[in-house]
Design a protein around this ligand. Structure first.
Ligand SMILES: Cc1cc2nc3c(=O)[nH]c(=O)nc-3n(C[C@H](O)[C@H](O)[C@H](O)COP(=O)(O)OP(=O)(O)OC[C@H]3O[C@@H](n4cnc5c(N)ncnc54)[C@H](O)[C@@H]3O)c2cc1C
Length: 262
């Protein structure tokens, strides 16, 4: 049997890569003139390009007035690597599309077993993960990957390609999963996803940031205890500081700049 030794190289941090975005605030704003005023699409686009303030006014109006279905015409997809504990929470969001690494078709006996967990726990639990890895490798001698995977812990890394429209992402996923009651790993990943599209949907990201605690009634769960620890009672800042510090990661510079300007 191949000896598997877990070292820090096998323990990784969550990763978020923006794959693509579709639609734009400009296009949604332009379509207002197409749908309500029968403009040809090209003319409508030319109009909002000549008057960019129209884009801001219209998108802000849709957000404020609850005309949220128009946000479904834009969105993004990300390639994410996180723990299986995280991906199980992610896939509960039904208004999204997923393509996830299969534990039946990926034979971890042929490659490296990777785990995702915060540095504090990684140091503490490396031996447990090593034991789980040994058990998996032993099981693979007599069993198929689909059976051997019963022995894999929640910390096993999993890649998932996820696509969400902007309504689901900004008005449901981000409020629920950056809220202080959310699991720190999904909170970290939600902020990394948010950071990755700041430049793509600038009006929506700004409005959502400003309104975030109002978009989820339990957004600030436990803030009384946490505000002393993080030196602020702004639940959004506590959420960011807590998630990134737990994972020993730097807050992305783009997100810091955005917060400063918002
Ligand atoms: C802090 C926290 C703790 C949690 N704890 C638990 C837990 O202990 N156990 C557990 O099982 N889950 C738990 N969850 C998961 C939670 O219950 C939801 O499954 C998850 O957050 C997805 O939310 P959603 O249904 O709004 O999202 P989506 O599935 O993406 O749906 C988006 C929106 O679409 C609408 N929608 C979608 N499907 C339907 C439908 N069938 N009928 C009507 N409207 C629909 C709703 O308005 C919904 O809000 C927790 C979530 C959070 C944030």
């Amino acid at each position: 049997m191949q000896e598997v030794r877990i070292n820090v190289a096998n323990i990784i941090k969550p990763r978020v890569e923006l794959v693509l975005t579709w639609g734009s605030e400009e296009f949604v704003a332009a379509m207002t003139d197409v749908v309500y005023r029968a403009y040809p699409i090209e003319d409508a686009l030319r109009r909002v390009r000549e008057r960019p303030e129209l884009v801001s006014r219209r998108v802000m109006g849709f957000l404020r007035d609850g005309h949220h279905s128009v946000l479904e015409f834009m969105g993004a997809s990300w390639l994410i690597e996180g723990s299986r504990a995280f991906t199980h929470e992610l896939v509960r969001h039904r208004i999204a599309s997923y393509w996830q690494e299969s534990q039946r078709y990926v034979d971890y006996a042929k490659g490296q077993l990777r785990y995702v967990l915060p540095p504090g726990l990684a140091n503490e639990w490396a031996d447990h993960l090593n034991n789980a890895s040994q058990a998996y490798m032993r099981a693979r001698e007599d069993f198929a990957p689909e059976d051997a995977r019963y022995l894999l812990p929640n910390a096993i890394a999993s890649r998932v390609w996820v696509q969400m429209n902007a309504r689901e992402f900004f008005l449901n996923f981000i409020p629920l999963r950056t809220g202080l009651g959310a699991f720190h790993e999904i909170r970290l990943i939600a902020w990394l996803m948010f950071d990755s599209i700041l430049d793509k949907f600038p009006i929506t990201t700004k409005w959502v940031w400003e309104n975030l605690p109002k978009l989820h009634s339990d957004y600030c769960r436990g803030i009384d205890k946490l505000s002393n620890m993080y030196g602020t009672s702004d639940c959004r800042l506590v959420s960011i500081k807590d998630a990134f510090s737990k994972w020993g990661m730097e807050t992305p510079q783009r997100l810091i700049k955005f917060i400063g300007q918002a």
